[in-house]
Design a protein around this ligand. Structure first.
Ligand code: ATP
Length: 295
């Protein structure tokens, strides 16, 4: 590992792949309680990173801290720029424009009387500003984003009339309207059926392969293990990280989720403790990926 966070130049890990997002020693206190403590995370361009942990582990808070929406201490590097909160606000504002944020679906006002196209256009407010009208370039980017998520045919439909899967696509398009280098997705699969989840997973993998870093929180551990290049197991701090193959044993999962060796959760993701599996396997899923680091 050769990278550093601070400075204006691109930083990279040993492989030479640019690090899009680097978080070090991130600590967040909310309501007088430390909800994140010394978090260390990174995502390189082209990588789909899974952020998993139990309810209340701090997954949403971590994404919000990266966006500067909650006060934090520690260091946050975005595309080589140190945007930690003690740095100039303008630098942070500029850098966070390279992040597309997809909040949980229930956080968007679906009752608001706007069309799909108008909802996606709101994703460009950071660039347009609230008081200036949208220009041709803004509409061009909106059309591009809608094409990307295959929602062009529904662009004039009121958002309140969309299905859950279509709404999720609108939120992704809204985040893509700024053509971000980093995409933060908060629980994009909640309430969606398996075919829709698989469709979206394919889209997220494609978006990552276009040299974006995609960081996704996910309660579906089976899906996270199969879709992610690298996983971060969070429970107030990063309990473990690595490729799914590197996290093949049950221990990090037991620690992160506070479950015992007999938990069905471990069986579901093929991380069964030695001696418990029917076929004698230690339970690692061979997903064919390699590389990564332990926290
Ligand atoms: N505004 C707030 N004030 C006080 N505590 C908060 C606030 N927001 C979140 N918390 C607390 O911070 C902790 C982490 O919450 P967070 O929503 O980040 O967890 P999460 O991992 O995303 O959970 P889930 O999987 O349930 O969505 C929780 O204990 C939560 O109660």
């Amino acid at each position: 590992m050769t990278a550093t966070v601070a400075g204006d130049t691109r930083v990279s890990v040993g492989s030479g792949t640019p690090v899009a997002l680097r978080v070090r020693d991130l600590t967040v206190a909310l309501g007088g309680r430390r909800v994140l403590d010394g978090v260390r995370l990174e995502a390189t361009e082209g990588e789909l990173v899974g952020l998993v942990g139990p309810n209340g582990a701090g997954k949403t808070t971590l994404l919000r801290a990266v966006l500067g929406l909650v006060p934090s201490s520690g260091r946050i590097g975005i595309a080589g720029q140190d945007v930690s909160q003690d740095r100039a606000r303008t630098r942070r504002a500029r850098a966070t424009r390279s992040i597309g944020y997809v909040p949980q679906r229930h956080e968007f006002a679906w009752d608001f009387p706007v069309t799909v196209e108008e909802a996606v256009l709101t994703g460009r407010v950071a660039r347009i500003g609230w008081l200036r009208g949208a220009r041709a370039e803004d509409y061009r980017q909106v059309r591009r984003a809608l094409d990307r998520v295959e929602m062009t045919h529904l662009r004039r439909r009121p958002v309140g009339e969309l299905s859950g899967g279509q709404r999720q696509r609108v939120l992704v398009a809204r985040a893509l309207a700024l053509d971000p280098r980093i995409l933060l997705l908060d629980e994009p699969f909640t309430g969606l059926d398996v075919p829709t989840q698989e469709h979206l997973t394919t889209l997220f993998r494609e978006l990552a392969s276009e040299d974006r870093a995609v960081v996704m929180t996910n309660h579906d551990l089976v899906g996270a293990v199969h879709a992610s290049d690298r996983l971060f197991l969070l429970n107030r701090t990063v309990v473990a990280s690595g490729t799914p193959a590197e996290l093949g044993g049950p221990e990090p999962w037991m620690r992160a989720f506070g479950v015992s060796a007999g938990s069905p959760l471990l069986a579901a993701i093929g991380r069964v403790a030695e001696g418990r599996s029917g076929n004698g396997s230690a339970g690692a899923v061979d997903d064919g990926r390699d590389g990564g680091e332990r926290a």
